[in-house]
Design a protein around this ligand. Structure first.
Ligand code: SF4
Length: 153
C-alpha cells in the first residue's frame, strides 16, 4: 500500500489524513505532531490538492478492516457494561496504544499508575467473553489488557 501512495507523491500516513479530510462526516482531526518532520509532512499533505482515487480509498478501507483489531474506536458504552467487573477498557486500550503503537511507555505508565489497585487486579479476573463478542473492532480485549498490565508493571 505504501509504495502505491509514494508513487503518487505522498506517504501512507499522508494518505490517511487525506481520506479523513475528504470524509464529509468528519469535521476535524486531532493529530499528534511531536517533531518538525511530522508537522511538515502534515502541511505537505494539506497543501497537496490531488484527490485520492477510488482505488486509493478502497485500499485504505481494506487496510482499516485488516487492522481494526488493533484500533479501539472509543465506544466504551459497548464493552465496559458487558464485563462483570468495573474496568476502564477504553482508557486501558489507549494506554496500550501509547506504549505499543507509539513507543511512549512513560506516558502510558503515567496514566496506568493513576488507576486504583483493585481496578488493576480486575484486569486478570474479568470475563471479557461478551465484550469481545460485541466489540465492533473485534479486539481481543482480555489479551490486550493483560499484556498491557504485564508490560507496565
Ligand atoms: S467495544 Fe471495542 S472498540 Fe469499542 S471501546 Fe470497547 S474495545 Fe474499544
Amino acid at each position: 500500500m505504501t509504495e502505491n501512495f509514494l508513487k503518487k507523491g505522498y506517504a501512507a500516513e499522508q494518505a490517511k489524513l487525506k481520506v479523513v479530510w475528504e470524509n464529509p462526516n468528519i469535521a476535524s482531526i486531532c493529530s499528534a505532531m511531536p517533531n518538525m518532520t511530522i508537522l511538515q509532512a502534515n502541511i505537505d499533505a494539506a497543501l497537496n490538492k490531488k484527490s485520492l482515487s477510488e482505488g486509493d480509498k478502497q485500499r485504505l478501507e481494506k487496510y482499516a478492516q485488516i487492522t481494526a483489531p488493533g484500533y479501539c474506536a472509543g465506544c466504551a458504552n459497548i464493552c465496559e457494561s458487558a464485563v462483570n467487573l468495573n474496568i476502564p477498557i477504553c482508557d486501558l486500550l489507549r494506554y496500550s496504544m501509547y506504549h505499543h503503537s507509539y513507543g511512549h511507555r512513560d506516558m502510558a505508565l503515567g496514566f496506568f499508575n493513576t488507576l486504583p489497585t483493585d481496578v488493576k487486579e480486575y484486569i486478570f479476573n474479568a470475563d471479557y467473553t461478551i465484550a469481545e463478542k460485541y466489540c465492533p473492532q473485534k479486539i481481543q480485549i482480555g489479551k490486550v489488557l493483560k499484556r498491557t498490565y504485564e508490560d507496565l508493571t
